[in-house]
Design a protein around this ligand. Structure first.
Ligand code: NAD
Ligand code: ZN
Length: 361
């Protein structure tokens, strides 16, 4: 299946399916006949598993590859600088192309390299994780600063996304859960019965991935993201809804430590908390107990990890670049599929965090 993303005056295809790389070759031939060279940026894990195969499949003469550390370690200034040096050494020019090959971390890094190298050269996303159904679409690219995640970046759309689901077979279970949390998020914030459908259909994440159900989940998720990006490419409004569960999620991720909890697993906890706040603030009637049971059944933690200080979490949330001024901004739900950005006063937030912490026991 091919989904077209419209962002500003740009349009690009997201190809989802098996053996998508045939499309890649013909795409390059037809859209970029003047191409001079290709730089693949991938991480150690994905590189080890699939790089040779990819290079072979592209069958292009001038291909270079840069292998970076796996996970959040890819998104540092040092690695970013390394990639730029490599690109200059290999004499990439304005007619070169960058292929990002890996999960969201590699995608964010490679996209930012592409956005800034010679003021921007085209790039293609070849996502290899479930999470990347989200991160590879929409054009947000970034690296981290010691003072905050994703603080240095750009809006820079890829020219195409080639999502070959065969890659998902080697994904560890925790990464499956991580990515699936974003699918659940897409369900909760979207306007149609996607969430109900998800909850009814997905009883476990243990089945071999990819399976037909997971593919349907991913395609639906991409479409939700596509619609949001289409109306708000630069996050002036509704794009903020995609941060549902992320305000506390990011704080948990940073406090527990990257690599110790996955992004999506932290976001799952963040979503439970955002739902608690939603019912307190908007009388949003939602069966949170059932939601929590479902999440647990899928293998998620739904409570605050032990030992986290509320004061520190609050500090993290205030640092989040999505919070302007004093109070912390949360995406809450007024009703199913009806997100709203809401300023939450410190006292109310602390009170709720304390309740949430007690529930964790
Ligand atoms: P990731 O790229 O770190 O991948 C997770 C782990 O899985 C890594 O260790 C990686 O080596 C491994 N892996 C990747 N593909 C594999 C495969 N096919 N088989 C086996 N192992 C594989 O992270 P992620 O979870 O894909 O993405 C998280 C990142 O995405 C975060 O940095 C987050 O900030 C970013 N993100 C960006 C956006 C966006 O809009 N740009 C949206 C959401 C998340
Ligand atoms: Zn996320």
């Amino acid at each position: 299946e091919t989904i077209t993303i419209k962002a500003g005056d740009q349009r690009y295809p997201v190809h989802v399916g098996y053996g998508i790389l045939d499309h890649l070759q013909s795409f390059l031939e037809s859209e970029y006949p003047q191409l001079t060279s290709i730089l693949i940026i991938t991480d150690e894990t994905v590189g080890e598993l699939y790089l040779e195969e990819l290079i072979h499949a592209i069958g292009y003469k001038q291909i270079y590859s840069k292998v970076v550390p796996a996970g959040e370690k890819a998104k540092t200034f040092e690695v970013y600088y390394d990639c730029l040096s490599f690109a200059l050494e290999k004499k990439l020019d304005r007619r070169s192309m960058i292929l990002s090959f890996g999960g969201g971390a590699v995608g964010d890094l490679a996209g930012f390299v592409a956005a800034s190298f010679m003021r921007g050269i085209p790039f293609i996303q070849i996502p290899t994780t479930i999470l990347a159904h989200d991160s590879a679409v929409g054009g947000k690219v970034a690296i981290n600063h010691p003072l905050g995640k994703n603080m240095i970046g750009a809006f820079y759309q890829p020219v195409g996304v080639f999502y070959d689901l065969n890659y998902l077979t080697s994904l560890p279970k925790a990464e499956v859960r991580s990515g699936f949390a974003e699918v659940i998020k897409h369900g909760l914030i979207s306007n149609h019965p996607f969430y109900d459908w998800l909850k009814e259909q997905v009883e476990s994440l243990d089945a071999t991935i990819p399976n037909p159900l997971m593919i349907e989940c991913l395609t639906k998720g991409i479409k939700v993201k596509a619609r949001i990006v289409e109306v708000d490419e630069k996050e002036a409004g509704v794009r903020a809804y995609l941060n549902f569960g992320h305000t506390l999620g990011h704080a948990i991720e940073a406090e527990v430590g990257y690599g110790k909890i996955t992004h999506g697993e932290a976001v799952a906890i963040g979503m439970v908390f955002a739902l608690q706040l939603s019912s307190q603030t908007y009388n949003f009637e939602f069966n949170t107990t059932e939601f929590i049971q479902w999440l647990k059944h899928l293998g998620y933690r739904t409570e605050l990890p032990e030992g986290l200080s509320i004061e520190r979490l609050l500090g993290r949330m205030k640092q989040d670049k999505k919070s302007y001024g004093q109070s912390v901004r949360f995406v809450l739900l007024k009703e199913m599929g009806q997100p709203i950005v809401s300023e939450v006063a410190d006292e109310f937030l602390i009170e709720n965090l304390e309740i949430f912490k007690r529930q964790g026991g």
